[in-house]
Design a protein around this ligand. Structure first.
Ligand SMILES: *Cc1c(COP(=O)(O)O)cnc(C)c1O
Length: 361
């Protein structure tokens, strides 16, 4: 039995109700039934409808199920870029998305910020021929966030470009203005507290139109997971391929549970827990904020510089059945990352902070 609480930023703790929902899924043979059956269509519809409610999606948005955020990065480039994309790059995830565009033969522009730094959109000039703008709401490697108000400023200056937001490690925390962007995507092993292997891609009519335009002008936009082929199946609550039905089922269940709390309720809890962690970091002798600009500090992935090795911190935390994430990449010995996801309860965060305070200072 593993009783440890994982404050690692993905995979991370499962939402507390997942165990029971998994048993229900087995009892209902969700992993066995056909993905062309009525039962599966209900499972699909529950997950899709719940997301539309939880995230307050307008009617011109569709929800599509894929396998991961990595897959969605690739599908965005294939479906929506004829030649040129633009990316704000300030860490490993946003950089990888940028690289995908080049690997798929597109011209990728970037605005780059140093690790731990964010963007000041007033200073950014997106080239006029960039067809899409790729932003990362929460750069999980560095703990830098792009506030929704900042995301909202891109539209006015770049009317024609499609705006894509990677919100993998923050949604449902950010309250997006859906009229200022065109697409958001995430995978479920971060803030939805589920096992990995399911990506969710939210697209509006402009994104759909772009993929259809590229297809009709003879460009290859992929095979089974093109937007038109996914939409055709989505219209009957199905997917082109045999999907991760278990996870779509679990997502339907967990979003039902989240709707009980409401998205605003989750936001409030997230802020309350983040402020406990931040207050501790501020007072600690070992830790300091990894992100200097307080306005750009992530609420869901809190990154701290550490003078103690993350491995040694985790050795202490292990005695209390807890662990935190090490820094990402080159920061793996000088930073820690603490996930503050909806699956982490206030009590668990209090226990983490108290233990760190007492044992590390
Ligand atoms: C984890 C993460 C990804 C990648 O998700 P996968 O499900 O592994 O493809 C992409 N972007 C961000 C910001 C992430 O945190």
């Amino acid at each position: 039995m593993n009783n440890k609480i994982y404050f690692t930023p993905g995979p991370s703790e499962l939402y507390p109700t997942v165990r029971q929902h998994m048993i229900t899924a087995l009892d209902e043979k969700i992993g066995v039934i056909s993905h062309r059956s009525k039962k599966f269509e209900e499972v699909y519809k529950t997950a899709s409808d719940n997301l539309k409610t939880l995230l307050e999606l307008p009617l011109n948005y569709e929800v599509l199920f894929l396998s991961s955020a990595n897959e969605i990065w690739e599908r965005i480039i294939q479906n929506c870029v004829e030649r040129k994309s633009f990316h704000c790059v300030n860490g490993s995830f946003s950089k990888r998305f940028y690289e995908f565009a080049g690997e798929l033969g597109r011209v990728a522009y970037k605005e780059e910020a140093a690790f731990g730094k964010g963007f000041y959109p007033a200073n950014i000039n997106v080239p006029a021929d960039a067809e899409i703008i790729c932003l990362t709401h929460n750069e999980t490697s560095s703990g830098v966030s792009m506030p929704v108000e900042d995301i909202n400023t891109f539209r006015d200056k770049n009317k024609d470009a499609l705006i894509f937001v990677d919100a993998v490690s923050s949604i449902p925390y950010p309250k997006f203005d859906w009229t200022k962007i065109d697409s958001v995507f995430f995978s479920v092993q971060k803030c939805f507290g589920l096992p990995a292997g399911l990506g969710v891609w939210i697209v509006n009519d402009r994104v759909i139109a772009k993929s259809k335009a590229l297809l009709s002008q003879g460009q290859s936009i992929g095979t089974y997971h093109t937007i038109p082929s996914m939409l055709e199946k989505a219209s009957v609550n199905q997917t082109p391929e045999t999907p991760n039905a278990m996870n779509i089922f679990l997502l339907g269940k967990v979003t039902t549970d989240m709707l009980q709390i409401s998205a605003d309720g989750i936001r409030k809890q997230t802020e309350e827990k983040a402020s406990l962690i931040n207050k501790y970091i501020e007072s600690s002798k070992v830790f300091s904020f990894g992100v200097e600009d307080a306005r750009l500090r992530s609420m869901t992935t809190i990154v701290a510089n550490t003078t103690m090795l993350p491995g040694d911190i985790n050795k202490i935390l292990e005695q209390f059945d807890m662990s935190v994430g090490a820094g990402y990449g080159s920061k793996k010995e000088t930073q820690i990352r603490i996930a503050n996801f909806p699956a982490h309860s206030l009590e668990q965060v209090q226990k983490l902070v108290k233990t760190l305070q007492e044992k590390i200072g």
